[in-house]
Design a protein around this ligand. Structure first.
Ligand SMILES: [Zn+2]
Length: 506
C-alpha cells in the first residue's frame, strides 16, 4: 500500500486531463456505515482538463469570419428550464430537482453552477437511457465548492475510508445512486457521465460485477463520457479521443499494449494502473469504442445482460459476439497497428511542396475563375486522394505558393454527400486545425475547433501546397467531397472552388 501511494502521488503530479477517468477506477463503492477495503484509484488535483490550445485571435477570426452560415442539420433542443426549489437539506445543501436527478448544492455554490450540473446530468441521462437503460432510482448529485471539503465530507458524512482523502480519489456513483461532484466546470459532463455509467452498468449486470470485466467497464464509462462531452464541445471530445488513440498507437509501436486477459479483474486493473494507468484507461476506452463502431452499442448491453444471468465475462462476451476476447484482442491490435501506420509520416506522397509525385494523377478540381475578393492566392488546381488512412491534398495556386507568408488555406469536407460540410480543416505556415461543424454548423465556437499537433498532419508550402490529414479526423470518410479556398488573416475568404469527390489512390 505504501509503495502504491507513493506512486500515486508521483502520478498525480503528471495527471491533468485524465484525472476524471481515473477517478472511479477501481474504487469499491462503500455505502455509509460499511466502508470497504482501501481503493487504489489515483486522481489529481482539481485542475480542469488541459484546454485545447487556441490559435492567435487573428487566425481564429479568419476562418470564422469567412464562413457562410449553413443550415443546421438538426435543431438542437433548448435546454429544459430547471425549476429551483428553495429547499435545503439538513446540512444546508440547496436542493434542485431536474427531470431525472436531484442536485444537492453545497452552500456557496451558485444557482448557475448547480443548474449546469443538472443540465449536464440530463444529457448524460439521455445518452445512457438510450444506449443502456434508464436509472431505476433517481440519482443524487452532491456538488461541492471545493475539493478539500468534498474529500473531508467523504469520510465524515459518507463514511468512506480515509484513503480517499489521502489519495484524492473520487468514488464512483454508489449503489444508492449518489455521486460527488468536484468544482470542475469544464470537465463536469464527462466526469458525471462516466461515473453514472458505472452505476447503470451495475444496474444491468449486477452490483460490483465489474470487478471481473474492468477494461470493458472503464471503456464503456469512458465512451459514454466522451459521447456526452461531444454534445457540449465536439472539438474537445475529439481532442480527448485523439489523445487516447495516440497513446494506444504509441504503445502498439513499442509492444506495450496490454493483454485484455491481464486487464480484466480489478486486481489486474490495479496492477496495470500502477505500471501505466493512462494506458490502462486509454486502451480500455479505445477498445470499447472500436467494439461499438464495429458491432453497435446493443451488443455491449447484451454482454452485460448475459453477465446478469450468471455467466462469467469471457463466456458472455463470446456468446454475444461469437468470438473470444483473445480473438477480439488480435483483431483490435491489428486495427491499432493500421491506425499507427496511417499516422506515420507521409508514405503515399512526399510532402515537400513539389508536385513531382502527383504528375500521374488528374486534378480533382480545376478552377479557372479569378478570385473576385481578397485575392490571397488564387486556386488553380486541386489534387486529392485518400491513401493509407489519410487524405492527401495538393493545391496549385496562381504563382508560387510560398511567395506570400500571410496566406492561409482551408477546405470544407462533406462526408455524406449532402453538400453540407461536416468539417472544415485549415492551415497556414504555423499551424493546422479542423473545425467540426456538426454541432452548430458554424466554425464559430472555439470548442468546435481541434488544433492539430505536429503528429497529426504533414504540410509543405513550396511551389505548391501539400497537406496530409489523417482520415480519422474527418470520421474516416471513405469518399469525402471537398472544396477549397484561401484567405489572409483578417480578410474575407476567397470564393470556394467547386466540390470534388476524393477517391482512394489506386
Ligand atoms: Zn471509471
Amino acid at each position: 500500500m505504501k509503495t502504491y501511494l507513493r506512486m500515486t502521488r508521483t502520478l498525480s503530479a503528471l495527471v491533468l486531463a485524465l484525472f476524471l477517468i481515473a477517478a472511479c477506477a477501481t474504487a469499491p463503492t462503500p455505502i455509509p456505515g460499511s466502508p470497504t477495503s482501501s481503493p487504489i484509484t489515483p486522481t489529481s488535483t482539481l485542475i480542469p482538463p488541459t484546454a485545447i490550445p487556441t490559435p492567435s485571435s487573428t487566425i481564429v477570426a479568419s476562418p470564422t469570419a469567412s464562413v457562410t452560415p449553413m443550415p443546421r442539420t438538426s435543431t438542437p433542443t433548448p435546454p429544459t428550464a430547471i425549476p429551483i426549489i428553495a429547499r435545503k437539506d439538513e446540512r444546508g445543501f440547496s436542493i434542485l430537482e431536474t427531470a431525472h436527478a436531484i442536485i444537492f448544492a453545497q452552500p456557496g455554490i451558485s444557482d448557475n453552477r448547480a443548474q449546469d450540473v443538472g443540465k449536464q446530468f440530463e444529457i448524460a441521462y439521455q445518452i445512457i437511457a438510450t444506449d443502456l437503460a434508464p436509472a431505476e432510482q433517481r440519482p443524487h448529485l452532491y456538488v461541492y465548492r471545493s475539493e478539500d471539503e468534498l474529500f473531508q465530507d467523504l469520510t465524515t458524512t459518507w463514511k468512506y475510508d480515509t484513503w480517499f482523502t489521502i489519495a484524492r480519489a473520487y468514488p464512483r456513483m454508489n449503489r444508492d445512486y449518489i455521486a460527488w461532484i468536484p468544482p470542475l466546470p469544464r470537465g463536469d459532463i464527462a466526469f458525471i457521465t462516466h461515473e453514472y455509467t458505472h452505476r447503470i452498468i451495475e444496474q444491468i449486470a449486477g452490483i460490483n460485477s465489474q470487478i471481473n470485466y474492468k477494461w470493458f467497464d472503464e471503456g464503456l464509462a469512458e465512451y459514454a463520457g466522451l459521447q456526452a462531452l461531444a454534445q457540449q464541445s465536439a472539438g474537445e471530445a475529439q481532442a480527448k479521443r485523439q489523445e487516447q488513440i495516440d497513446l494506444v498507437a504509441r504503445a502498439q509501436k513499442t509492444n506495450a499494449l496490454i493483454r485484455f486477459r491481464e486487464l480484466t479483474t480489478e486486481d489486474q486493473f490495479r496492477k496495470m494502473i500502477e505500471r501505466d494507468w493512462r494506458l490502462a484507461y486509454a486502451q480500455s476506452s479505445v477498445a470499447v469504442d472500436y467494439l461499438i463502431a464495429q458491432f453497435g452499442i446493443a451488443q455491449i448491453k447484451n454482454v452485460l445482460g448475459v453477465i446478469r444471468t450468471g455467466s462469467g465475462f469471457p463466456d458472455a462476451f463470446q456468446k454475444v459476439y461469437g468470438f473470444t476476447v483473445d480473438e477480439f484482442e488480435k483483431r483490435f491490435f491489428e486495427h491499432i497497428a493500421k491506425l499507427d501506420r496511417a499516422s506515420d509520416a507521409a508514405t503515399c506522397f512526399t510532402i515537400d511542396g513539389q508536385a513531382g509525385d502527383w504528375q500521374k494523377l488528374k486534378p480533382l478540381i480545376v478552377d479557372t475563375i479569378y478570385a473576385p475578393i481578397a485575392r490571397a492566392a488564387d486556386v488553380r488546381e486541386v489534387f486529392a486522394v485518400t491513401c493509407n488512412g489519410a487524405l492527401y491534398l495538393l493545391i496549385a495556386v496562381d504563382g508560387n505558393a510560398s511567395a506570400d507568408e500571410r496566406i492561409a488555406y482551408a477546405f470544407e469536407v462533406d462526408t455524406n454527400g449532402d453538400e453540407i460540410p461536416e468539417f472544415q480543416p485549415g492551415f497556414d505556415r504555423a499551424r493546422a486545425w479542423v473545425w467540426n461543424l456538426k454541432g452548430t454548423g458554424y466554425a464559430d465556437l472555439k470548442q468546435n475547433m481541434l488544433e492539430l499537433t505536429d503528429r497529426d498532419f504533414r504540410l509543405a508550402i513550396g511551389q505548391v501546397i501539400e497537406f496530409m490529414l489523417p482520415l480519422r479526423l474527418i470520421d474516416n470518410a471513405a469518399r469525402p467531397r471537398i472544396r477549397v479556398y484561401t484567405f489572409v488573416s483578417g480578410q474575407m475568404a476567397n470564393r470556394r472552388t467547386a466540390w470534388g469527390t476524393v477517391a482512394p489512390l489506386e
